[in-house]
Write a protein of this length. Structure first.
Lengths: 442, 268
């Protein structure tokens, strides 16, 4: 650590997609002994992610302290205004300042925070996390690039590897993690900072592709799964050891994860129930939405009314909106996972069950200036179901390579405040993290 | 007949055919190599004097060399130049740093064009697109109807163009996009520029080891490593290049990468 030991520091460690139950369990079982030790000295709680529970939305809430209705990021994808053109919102689309923009006088290192590409100048160092198409626009200042190249630093794991060869995927995952650790050590030592953000994303990737390996000791990749969390725990221990009592430490995830029972193809459901018509089936692009359509979905379960005046083929008049919203809510709440469905290589799911916990209206979960751009409804699925919005599906439920799926209500938050600062966590939310750092600073 | 002459004949035939059908027509001139070649072909088709306006959609973010080139040749070739700007969006601060790149393109190019079509009442537009630029462009027709308000291109409902028979009529709510250069490839363009000695913006020619293979707005274009500072060298370089022309365009590159990344993680 740099030599200004008397100055209070704050360290934030993110474990993307690591659920509360999993880290608690691994800590209790001795896989993450350093985390276990911290749990005893800190406040540790289950944390709620904003809906939809995907990294782009949740990290935007974490770094701004705002809900999506204010920060304006509702998913990895969105539609361009007045069109069905798919766009990919990035850091330029964030409508409120990030924490490091809010405190420009505080020196910060921001390493691998997702959805912060392209980087903007700041008082410190910023290496954006995924999705970062161009490394030159993912690093500030650019003179850090040479060091990153020397460390063989990669922004993200090549997840396509998991689609063809899990061993190669794991090799890549550990390589990327080692380089990330080397980069954190370098900037920790060599740069002057007051706040250090470090995010591990391998936790999320393991969850997506190998979630069953976590709980099953006979699983071929059980050891590899645990090894990753052991590596992360070593870094947590290393960091905790270097902090003084007047420093603050937060460790958290952006959303939870659980085993995926089945995918629910939301646009297929909308088509089958007469809400969505495409001029070609199976569909491919949103501009195939025909004027008969009342609603459509964007990933994962964001439902948009096909409003007249808002979209080129908009059909729903203002006066009809309430009725259509109600019809959609009723339909989704009735949706059941049928017992006859047997996932590939699995067993029958048994008794049929409702799969949608809640159909949230935008006014219920969002507030702020950007609410007009928000999805009209957001589906909150039961744990274990994965919402998909592909237009090319021809069945309601299916299963694919993704064995894990996100959950919103069991992210985690561990807070070890600086000495003399009291923190009580009652049902924390992702957007509370900025408030906690604010409290540490003040 | 050699390939370039054959392409030239085909393009000139389409240019004249469209002019005979539509008097309210304009040529979109981005000052790039493709529209620059189309402009040249139009000058040839009408023996030096183009009988319709040439429209430049000015985002105000183009390279200075582009503006310089435009003004010089508009004067020298006696063009009826229309410079269309979306002043409302520009006034509101729209630019590549505000919003997504696509939003910026939508407002400063697409919306700008919609307004210009409405303002001047154009029934048809000449564009220099080529089938080899992008997969989706392979579906294009020489005469392609577009809906006036949404610009919707219904590629499933396009007239066939068999034996050079073209449907040159548009409904009232439509305008026609005329694509005289669909059959050209990037290499044809450069070989033709070399053959005809067509003036081109200096950005295409290498300086200090870099040149632009595709030009547009300055913040969204990246130069490629190249030593090709003459037409001969550009032609030779293209013949050896394995990468696509639009690889340096920020929006295309970023979107493709992002889409693949999200797909690999099951988010799309």
């Amino acid at each position: 650590m740099n030599n200004q030991a008397t100055k209070s520091k704050i360290v934030l460690i993110g474990l993307d997609g690591a659920p509360f139950g999993l880290v608690d369990d691994l800590a209790n079982r001795g896989v993450m002994p350093n985390f276990q030790a911290l749990k005893k000295q800190a406040v540790f709680a289950q944390m709620q992610a904003p809906l939809p529970a995907v990294s782009a939305v949740s990290w935007s809430s974490i770094i701004t302290g705002q809900n999506p209705g204010s920060h304006g990021i509702f998913g990895f994808t969105d539609l361009a205004p007045q069109s069905y053109d798919l766009v990919f919102p990035n850091f330029n689309d964030l409508q409120v300042p990030s924490f490091w923009q809010k405190y420009p006088k505080i020196k910060q290192v921001v390493l691998n925070v997702p959805s912060t590409y392209p980087v903007k100048p700041l008082n410190g160092i910023h290496i954006a996390g995924f999705v970062s198409p161009d490394i030159e626009q993912a690093v500030f200042p650019t003179n850090s690039l040479a060091k990153l190249r020397e460390l063989k630093y990669e922004i993200d794991i090549d997840s396509y590897l998991a689609h063809r060869d899990i061993d190669l995927f794991l090799e890549n995952l550990f390589q990327v993690n080692q380089a990330r650790i080397a980069a954190y050590r370098y900037f920790w030592q060599e740069s002057d900072w007051d706040i250090f953000w470090l995010v591990f994303t391998g936790s999320d990737r393991l969850g997506h592709f190998l979630y069953p390996a976590y709980a099953n000791p006979n699983h071929q990749y059980h050891t590899a799964f645990l090894d990753y969390f052991k590596q992360v725990d070593l870094v947590i221990g290393e960091i905790a050891q270097q902090l003084c009592p007047h420093d603050g430490l937060l460790i958290f995830s952006d959303h939870g994860m659980t085993e995926n029972k089945a995918n629910i193809n939301v646009n297929y459901f909308l088509q089958a129930n007469g809400f969505l018509c495409l001029d070609k089936s199976p569909g491919e692009f949103y501009n195939q939405i025909s004027p008969q359509s009342k609603a459509f979905a964007l990933e994962p379960g964001r439902i948009y009314l096909n409003k007249k005046g808002k979209y080129p083929n908009g059909a729903v008049e203002k006066a009809q909106e309430e009725k259509v919203l109600q019809e959609l809510s009723d339909a989704f709440l009735q949706l059941e996972f049928p017992p006859s469905f047997v996932p590939m290589g699995g067993t029958s799911a048994g008794k049929s069950q409702k799969v949608i916990e809640r159909v949230a209206r935008k006014e219920q979960i969002y507030s702020g200036q950007q609410i007009d751009r928000a999805p009209d409804l957001v589906l909150d699925e039961k744990p274990g179901f994965r919402l998909r919005a592909g237009l090319n599906k021809n069945e309601l439920f299916d299963k694919d390579i993704f064995t894990g799926t996100h959950t919103a209500n069991d992210a985690f938050l561990l807070v070890k405040p600086p000495s003399g600062v009291d923190i009580a966590l009652a049902s924390p939310k992702a957007e509370d993290i900025v408030g906690i750092i604010d409290k540490f600073i003040k | 007949m050699d390939r370039l002459t054959k392409l030239e004949n085909e393009s000139i035939y389409i240019i004249r055919e469209a002019w005979s059908q539509f008097k309210k027509v304009a040529l979109l001139w981005s000052i790039g190599k493709d529209s620059g070649t189309l402009l040249w072909l139009c000058r040839k088709a009408f023996f030096g004097k183009i009988p319709f306006p040439v429209m430049h959609l000015d985002t105000t973010y183009k390279f200075p060399e582009i503006y310089e080139f435009r003004d010089k040749y508009a004067k020298e070739w006696g063009l009826d130049l229309i410079v269309a700007k979306n002043n409302e969006s520009i006034g509101a601060g729209m630019g590549p740093d505000k919003g997504t790149k696509l939003q910026c393109c939508n407002e400063l190019k697409t919306d700008n064009l919609k307004k210009a079509i409405a303002q001047y009442g154009f029934r048809a537009l000449y564009l220099a697109i080529r089938r080899d630029e992008h997969g989706i462009r392979a579906k294009e027709r020489f005469f392609s109807p577009r809906e006036n308000i949404s610009f919707l291109w219904n590629y499933k409902d396009q007239p066939p163009e068999l034996w050079d028979q073209y449907k040159t009529k548009a409904k009232d709510e439509e305008h026609l996009r005329i694509h005289p250069m669909l059959s050209w490839r990037e290499i044809d363009i450069w070989e033709y520029i070399r053959r005809e000695n067509i003036p081109m913006v200096s950005l295409y020619f290498a300086k200090n080891g870099k040149r632009y293979r595709s030009i547009g707005c300055a913040p969204c274009c990246n130069p490629i490593d190249s030593t090709a500072d003459t037409l001969d060298k550009i032609v030779a370089e293209l013949k050896a290049s394995p990468t696509s022309e639009r690889a340096g365009r920020a929006q295309d590159k970023e979107n493709t990468y992002t889409m693949q990344k999200l797909r690999s993680l099951g988010y799309m």
